[in-house]
Design a protein around this ligand. Structure first.
Ligand code: KG4
Ligand code: ZN
Length: 335
């Protein structure tokens, strides 16, 4: 009999549902919440409300797109954490209610583990062991992955995440939230060597991004005093220089981790893995070292339920189920 799992993702500002059949994703529906744009960041209360409005239509569409009926489901997987508690409650409650009604098992999924497992949605797939640089709006981690469900964080940020560094820098340039993709766009036309911003030095495989924002802020303040149009006239070079600084900080640590752990398969995951500068720099680094690199398709880089479904599939095979008393976790360690 086929294993068919419905997966629900509601950790931040994307309401998403996906269906996976025997390890193959057969639908993936996403409703992006535009309501946060005017506030320059995700407003947790508004995110919860939007999840409540979106979840039924999103799940309905996932079933329709897959051509699957509720009665065919083997289990339901959901994001338990990490994320915004009020947002996670919506997906968790929905998953619990449906599992109870259909009398099928419930599977909790760690959102960060799912970002890594997004590499198994499509070919080519990394081989174990591999290193995954997980870079999103809330996390920056280097993870040593030895099996589908065996992962160890060997490095992480001490303060801001890489996505936050992109978004906060973009805000200083007057760009809308989330600014990461816009920095990427402007950077394509700019000179990344034009401006230099200070990089924090952190030992080992850890990162620190909070200093870069301050360095950009002081620099811009000085330049704007001399020329009020400084940002507007130099937006592409500014974006390219900011992107290059963040990317160099990421590359330095992943290269060190790969060398010291003798690993030649490198993957990137999370929203920032959509960044074209990061993709190019990782490709260059890999070519130089004769390593293999893996990038998820763009639709699986940012938050989506297909990756939750993938994690749900492996947890189903491992018979890792949870009871109906499970509660969401705003903070949830990878293992
Ligand atoms: O993984 P994700 O969708 O949500 C979290 O779990 O946080 O990541 C969102 C982050 C945001 O900070 C966004 O600005 C960043 O990913 N991002 C990018 C790009 N696309 C998304 N940052 C830089 N360049 C991009 N092309
Ligand atoms: Zn994410």
């Amino acid at each position: 009999m086929s294993v068919i799992i419905l997966a629900i993702e509601s950790s931040c500002d994307e309401t998403s549902a996906a269906i996976i059949k025997d390890g193959k994703v057969v639908s993936n529906t996403i409703a992006t919440q535009d309501v946060h744009k005017e506030f320059g960041g995700v407003v947790p209360e508004l995110a919860s409300r939007a999840h409540q409005q979106n979840i039924v239509p999103v799940v309905d569409k996932a079933f329709k797109d897959a051509g699957i009926e509720k009665g065919e489901l083997s289990a339901i997987a959901f994001t338990r954490g990490p994320g915004l508690l009020g947002a996670l409650i919506v997906g968790t409650s929905f998953a619990k209610a449906l599992a109870l009604g259909l009398e099928i098992p419930l599977i909790e999924v760690n959102h960060m583990q799912a970002h890594i497992l997004s590499h198994f949605i499509e070919d080519p797939k990394p081989e174990f062991p591999f290193l995954c640089l997980t870079v999103s709006g809330g996390h920056t981690q280097i993870v040593l992955v030895t099996d589908f469900l065996k992962m160890k964080v060997i490095g992480e940020t001490k303060d801001d995440a890489a996505g936050e560094a992109f978004d906060k820098s973009a805000k200083l340039l007057g760009l809308d939230y989330p600014g990461g993709p816009m920095i990427d766009e402007y950077a394509k036309k700019g000179d990344g060597n034009r401006f230099k911003f200070s990089k924090s030095k952190v030992p080992g495989y850890d990162f620190s991004f909070s200093g870069i924002k301050t360095s950009i802020l002081y620099f811009l303040r000085q330049e704007i005093k001399k020329d009020a149009n400084f940002i507007k006239d130099n937006i592409s070079d500014l974006a390219a220089s900011i992107q290059q600084t963040i990317v160099e900080m990421l590359i330095e640590k992943i290269e060190l981790a790969a060398n010291e752990n003798n690993i030649s398969d490198i993957a990137i995951a999370g929203g920032v893995s959509a960044n074209s500068g990061l993709r190019a720099a990782i490709t260059d680094m890999a070519r130089k070292n004769k390593w293999q690199t893996y990038f998820p398709a763009l639709e699986y880089c940012t938050d989506n339920a297909a990756m939750i479904a993938m994690a749900g599939h492996y947890k189903y095979l491992a018979e890792e189920f949870v009871g109906l008393d499970v509660a969401p976790l705003a903070r949830m360690p990878l293992i």
